[in-house]
Structures are given as structure tokens and as C-alpha cells.
Design a protein. Structure first.
Ligand code: PLP
Lengths: 438, 267
């Protein structure tokens, strides 16, 4: 039997979307630091503007360096195309703005990034878009929350910050039964560990700021179209199935078939909202993506070592890691995420808020900051930072306690990281129980 | 645009402009288990440059009702009926892959109805690997993987799409996945049974353009050049480094070759 010897994941991480530069032969992806592109003649220009030709017009809409990043992520996720955005938040907004109008409704997992929660809870309602939150562990709750005006089901591969594993195959089945697409924020897993399209998702987004870059030097986002959702059959998405006056009456699903969503997201979303990625940032992010599979394997290895250390430590009351027996999603994680659950997880320090404060301040290698997915190890206290806009009930619904600390495990020597955690935990224990220590 | 052929709902994309049979017309015909969307750039371009355009969905493909016809000859006869249903006496016929066999056959059968002929990735015969045919008959995804592998040049398997942000490997696979069970197998079987390309070629009266991929593994360039030699009034263009999927791999070069051949539009 012959085999289709198409390039595999690690190869695509290094090469997808790039041919050696036709102008110079440069092996690395050049930074095309330009706002605009010369048209050979007026007819050519008109054809580009009217989507009759392939090419670049203006860097807000597309750029050769950014296009390599987009195509590479589309390849790694197994989609049909991608649009890079100024940030992960811009990717989420672009998805919403491409799919729905005022009056629409979103069903979202309750365990999502605080910024996404802000957009859904406080900002989109001003534009007439409402969101219902449901427990990511409860597929029936997704089903019950879907209304006639629902246009999107949203969740994160690994919930934030509790690492709830979404039963994506089941939830996608429910959404598709209601003729609604599923958008997954795959930031915490990256395609090296989990590819949502293989399990029923229709759209994927990333905060490329995190593991895709891996170096913590560039903010960016990317929205990937799986090309699987049948907008025409759904009948709920006029932006994709009806003529659009903003482009001479173009009908995206008719003209572009499986690429309808990604074409509209660029043609309208980047043109009109303009939250595009700069070519320099695309270049930085490409450097990271080249080593994504190697880094993710090491991130997971280090995270597992640290989880084992914390899980056996008397100063720690709880560790939220889906591979532990104590985690409710252990079986699901094993099935969906056999390569590992990333390297961002939370644990609870005994001794509450004060112990948490001392712990974070005593750490030397772990940097206290608001980011995850860096090659360097990071730490944060969600209740006082990323999730501070949430009230007590919302915090509880998202599984965030006062003593909860979130780690993003980097690529340092794991023994050094454990040493650092150990000394800080001892200091925290002394602070929480000064008399007992005397 | 929807219209009826043999009483069945038939779809054709018109390139973003209403179809007017009074203008010179181009009929675009897709390949096995594909649909009209492969033609989106040339369809839009020629619709905005003096032509009426119909990128049809063959019966049982895309948005058209019916069963996929079993042979290339039946598909060619259907295309003639579709042309009549559109109110056209003559049209430029353009086809890709299996579609190129269909338009070759249609042009040979009815020279008076064929204004010009464009063949993308054609061959005098299109043998299909047994493993591919078997996988398609089982509706096994392996068939789609093999078509992607043989359909794109080695370079195109890595990407570098001229339409920013698109991944042609994924786009091609999703399009094939959209076809109903059995449609790919029917198309491949029709290609495998087709053998009389040379005889048809000699009967072509229309001026003909062949667009060939230098690295085409499905319909090798050499076969395309031989076919061009058999057609009385033919020229061919070879796209350097390109595989079988030239509409995705070399969209602008493919369009330019068609432009040189078709513009300006004349009645
Ligand atoms: C899971 C997740 N999604 C989205 C975002 C937003 O991405 P950005 O900060 O790039 O806008 C973040 C940022 O922290 C995140 O952690």
C-alpha cells in the first residue's frame, strides 16, 4: 500500500508557509518591513482589491512575513487558513465580530482567561451580544444554555486557571446539533500537545504571546479556520452566506467554500477593525514556532517533575493537574491530551492569602508577572491580578481560591526550579505559623 | 446561481456578477470531488473583465443535485445540456483535472459550441493508482491524503500560498471531505476508464490552451505536451515548480496564462 508522505508536525514547525525568499534566497523568513506594495498596473491593482488575484495590498490586511506565521499556524493546527492579529484578545474579538451581530448570544465555558471574561461580560453587552457561562465539565449545561440566537460555543482546551479539560468531542457534537460552531482557545496546550480540529472544533485561537512565541518578547494572536463548519447548511451566519455590500456583493461561502470564514475575517475584520500583527512581531513569533514541539515536550517534562514535588509537599493543600488521580478530568486528559497538559497550572498554599504573598515574594527563579508560556518560569496570584474584575461568586465558579497560585513552568533545570519552590514554601509556612516554628 | 439541468437543481458560481447570456461566456468545470470554489479567482476576474462566467458544480457535487455521472462522456453530455440551459450557443470551456477531460470530450463532440478550450492539468489518459481507487471506494480518508500528496508539488506541500494566510494542503483536504460518500470514487473511476484522449484531441477545432505543472505527479507534464501536439490549434504554458493543483499553487500565473488567451473578450 502506498503512503501519503506529507510533511509531519516537527517539519512543518520549521518550514510550513515559507519558500526560500524568491528575491534574495534568504533561508530565514525575511522581515518585510513595509506598509504597502507596488502595483504593476491599474488593472492589476483593481483585481487585487476585488479578490480576483492573490497578493498583498497593504500591511493592515496582509504582509509576506505575517503570512508565513499565519500559514504555519494553520498547518500546525490542521486548518485551512489563519489570520494573525495584534494580540490574543484581538483574535477573540475578530472571531466574534466576523460571526455575529447585535442580538446574538455566546455560550462560554466559565473557566476562561480573565480578559476573555471581561470582553464577554462587560464589553460585548454594550454591542448587544450576551454570554451565558457554563461549567466546562458539564456538556449538558452547554446544551441547556443554547438559545435560538446563539452563534458560538466557546471554551479553552485547558480551563483557566483550574485546567478543566473540555470534553470537546461531546460539546462539539452538541453545538453542531444546534448548527453552531465551536471556537477553542488553544493557548495553554498549543498544537504540539492538542489539535482541537481533530476533535470537533471549527475555529481555534491563540494568544501567540504565550507558548507559540515562547520567549515573551512579542504580543500577538492568531485565529485559525478549520474549514469544517458548513455555514450554508447552518443558515445562521448571514455574514458568510449572503452578499456583502462592503465587497461588491461578495458571498464568502459561495466563492471560497471551506475558506469562507478566514477570508471574511481578513477582508472585513482586518480591513475595518485593523487589529493586525506587525511584520516584526510575526518574525519574532516565527522564531518561537520553529522550536515549538521540542519546547513543549520539555515544558511538560518539567511541569510533571514540579507537580510531583508539590503534590507531596505538606505546605500545599491542592494541586490542579489533570494527570493527578485527584483531578476530576484525569480520564479525559488521558484520552485527549496524552502528550501532556502543558506547563501552566495552579496550586493552593495552606495558610491563605498571607502565605501566598510570602511565597511569591520569596521566589528567586520564578518571575512574578502577568504572563504564561514563557521559556522562563513565571508565577502569579490570579485573585489579585488577572481575575481581579471577577466578584467572589464568579471567582468561585471559576475555581479560584484566595491562596491559589498559578505557575508557568519554564525550561530551566527542573532541580533548580524545585529548589526555588522548596525554599519559598518553607518561608511561607513560617509566615503562616510563626509560633509553631519557634 | 441556480438553474435546472435535466430537471435537477444545478449550481454555478458567477464570479460576483449576474450571469448574462448575451455576453461571451466561460464555463469552468472542476475536477473529481471538487466544486466551483476552486475557480474563485479566475471566475471573479473574467466576470469583471467582459465575460459571463459559470463555474458549475457537476451533478452530485457542491450544491448541485443528482448522482455523479459514471463516465467522462456522460459528464461531457451533461455539460452540453447545462450550456443550453444557460441559454448559450457557444462558450469558452475550461476544465481542471477530470474537468479537463470533460471539456476535451465536450469540445470534440460539439465543435460548433466551443469557442475556445482551456485544459488545466490534462492528460490523454488518467490512470488511477489501485490503492487510491480502493481507498476512495471505502470512503477511507487515505484517498484524500494520497490526492493531497500527489496533487501538490513537494514544495507546495510545505506551503507559501500566494493568497495570504491560506494553507493549501488543508484547504484541498476540506474540499474533498465535503463531497458525499462515493463521489470521489465515482470521479476517479471515470478518470481511470478514460482512454481516448488522443482521438478526441485530433477532433478539436477550437483554439486550445493547455496549462501544465512542471512537477505534476498526477498528470505529468510530458503527457500534457504530447496531448497539446495532438490538438490541431494548441499552445501550452508550463508553470515552473508547480504540481497538479495550479489554481492554488500558482493562482496568478494560471490566471495570466488564461488572460493572455482570453482577453479582450470578443463576441
Ligand atoms: C488563555 C488565554 N487566552 C487569551 C489571552 C489573551 O492574549 P493576549 O494577551 O495576547 O491578548 C491570554 C493572555 O493571557 C490567555 O492566557
Amino acid at each position: 500500500m502506498v503512503d501519503a508522505k506529507l510533511p509531519k508536525f516537527d517539519t512543518l514547525s520549521l518550514h510550513a508557509g515559507q519558500q526560500p525568499d524568491p528575491a534574495t534566497g534568504a533561508r530565514a523568513v525575511p522581515i518585510y518591513q513595509t506598509t504597502s506594495y507596488v502595483f504593476p498596473d491599474t488593472d492589476y491593482a483593481a483585481s487585487l482589491f476585488n479578490l480576483e488575484r492573490a497578493g498583498h495590498i497593504y500591511t493592515r490586511i496582509s504582509n509576506p512575513t505575517t503570512a508565513v506565521f499565519e500559514e504555519r499556524i494553520a498547518a500546525l493546527e490542521g486548518g485551512v487558513g489563519a489570520v494573525a492579529t495584534a494580540s490574543g484578545q484581538a483574535a477573540l474579538h475578530l472571531a466574534v465580530a466576523t460571526l455575529m451581530d447585535s442580538g446574538a448570544h455566546i455560550v462560554s465555558s466559565a473557566s476562561i482567561y480573565g480578559g476573555s471574561h471581561n470582553l464577554f461580560t462587560h464589553t460585548l453587552p454594550r454591542f448587544g451580544i450576551a454570554t451565558t457561562y457554563v461549567d466546562p465539565r458539564d456538556p449538558a449545561a452547554f446544551e441547556a444554555a443554547i438559545r435560538p440566537e446563539t452563534r458560538l460555543v466557546f471554551g479553552e482546551t485547558l480551563g483557566n486557571p483550574g485546567l478543566e479539560v473540555m470534553d470537546l468531542p461531546r460539546i462539539a457534537e452538541i453545538a453542531h446539533g444546534a448548527r453552531i460552531p465551536v471556537l477553542i482557545d488553544n493557548t495553554f496546550a498549543s498544537p504540539a500537545l492538542f489539535r482541537p480540529f481533530d476533535h470537533g472544533a471549527d475555529l481555534v485561537l491563540h494568544s501567540a504571546t504565550k507558548f507559540l512565541g515562547g520567549h515573551g518578547v512579542a504580543i500577538g494572536g492568531v485565529l485559525v479556520d478549520g474549514g469544517t463548519f458548513d455555514w450554508q447548511a447552518s443558515g445562521k451566519f448571514p455574514t458568510l452566506t449572503e452578499p456583502y455590500a462592503g465587497y461588491h456583493g461578495i458571498n464568502f461561502s459561495e466563492e471560497f467554500g471551506p475558506g469562507a470564514f478566514v477570508m471574511r475575517a481578513r477582508a472585513e475584520g482586518l480591513r475595518d477593525f485593523g487589529a493586525s500583527m506587525s511584520p516584526a512581531n510575526a518574525f519574532y513569533l516565527i522564531q518561537g514556532v520553529e522550536t515549538l514541539p521540542v519546547r513543549m515536550a520539555r515544558h511538560v517534562e518539567n511541569a510533571r517533575r514540579i507537580v510531583a514535588f508539590l503534590d507531596g509537599n505538606g505546605a500545599v493543600s491542592w494541586v490542579g493537574w489533570p494527570e493527578l488521580d485527584s483531578h476530576p478530568d484525569r480520564a479525559l486528559a488521558r484520552r485527549l491530551l496524552p502528550k501532556g497538559c502543558g506547563a501552566v497550572f495552579s496550586f493552593e498554599i495552606g495558610g491563605g492569602r498571607e502565605a501566598g504573598r510570602v511565597f511569591i515574594e520569596r521566589l528567586r527563579l520564578f518571575s512574578h508577572l502577568a504572563n504564561v508560556g514563557d521559556a522562563k518560569s513565571l508565577v502569579i496570584h490570579p485573585a489579585s491580578t488577572t481575575h481581579q474584575q471577577m466578584d467572589a461568586a464568579a471567582l468561585e465558579a471559576a475555581g479560584i481560591g484566595e491562596g491559589l497560585v498559578r505557575l508557568s513552568v519554564g525550561l530551566e533545570d527542573p532541580d533548580d526550579l524545585i529548589e526555588d519552590l522548596d525554599q519559598a514554601l518553607r518561608a511561607a509556612a513560617r509566615a503562616a505559623a510563626p509560633r509553631a516554628a519557634e | 446561481m441556480e438553474f435546472a439541468v435535466d430537471g435537477l437543481r444545478t449550481f454555478a458560481a458567477t464570479g460576483g456578477r449576474p450571469f448574462d447570456p448575451a455576453r461571451p461566456a466561460i464555463l469552468f468545470v472542476h475536477g473529481a470531488a471538487n466544486d466551483h470554489s476552486v475557480w474563485h479567482l479566475p471566475a471573479r476576474h473574467f466576470a469583471h473583465h467582459g465575460y459571463s462566467v459559470a463555474a458549475v458544480d457537476l451533478p452530485g457535487h457542491g450544491r448541485s443535485e443528482g448522482e455523479p455521472p459514471a463516465t467522462v462522456a456522460e459528464m461531457a453530455a451533461w455539460l452540453g445540456r447545462a450550456r443550453e440551459a444557460l441559454g448559450l450557443e457557444r462558450a469558452v470551456l475550461a476544465g481542471h483535472s477530470m474537468g479537463s477531460l470533460i471539456v476535451l470530450c465536450a469540445a470534440a463532440d460539439d465543435p460548433g459550441a466551443t469557442k475556445k478550450l482551456i485544459l488545466l492539468g490534462p492528460a490523454a489518459a488518467m490512470p488511477v493508482h489501485d490503492d487510491l481507487l480502493d481507498a476512495a471506494r471505502r470512503n477511507d480518508h487515505k484517498a484524500i491524503d494520497l490526492i493531497t500528496y500527489w496533487g501538490l508539488s513537494a514544495a507546495s506541500q510545505i506551503g507559501g500560498h500566494r493568497s495570504p494566510g491560506l494553507w493549501m494542503n488543508g484547504g484541498g483536504q476540506r474540499l474533498l471531505e465535503r463531497a458525499d460518500d462515493g463521489v470521489l470514487a465515482a470521479g476517479l473511476a471515470a478518470c481511470a476508464a478514460f482512454a481516448d484522449g488522443e482521438a478526441l484531441a485530433r477532433a478539436i477545432e477550437a483554439e486550445t490552451l493547455l496549462i501544465l505543472g512542471e512537477r505534476d505527479m498526477m498528470t505529468p507534464m510530458k503527457g500534457g505536451i504530447a496531448l497539446a501536439r495532438a490538438i490541431p490549434d494548441a499552445r501550452h504554458v508550463v508553470l515552473a515548480g508547480c504540481g497538479h493543483t495550479m489554481l492554488a499553487e500558482r493562482p496568478n500565473e494560471t490566471l495570466d496564462a488564461m488572460r493572455d488567451f482570453l482577453l479582450p473578450a470578443a463576441l
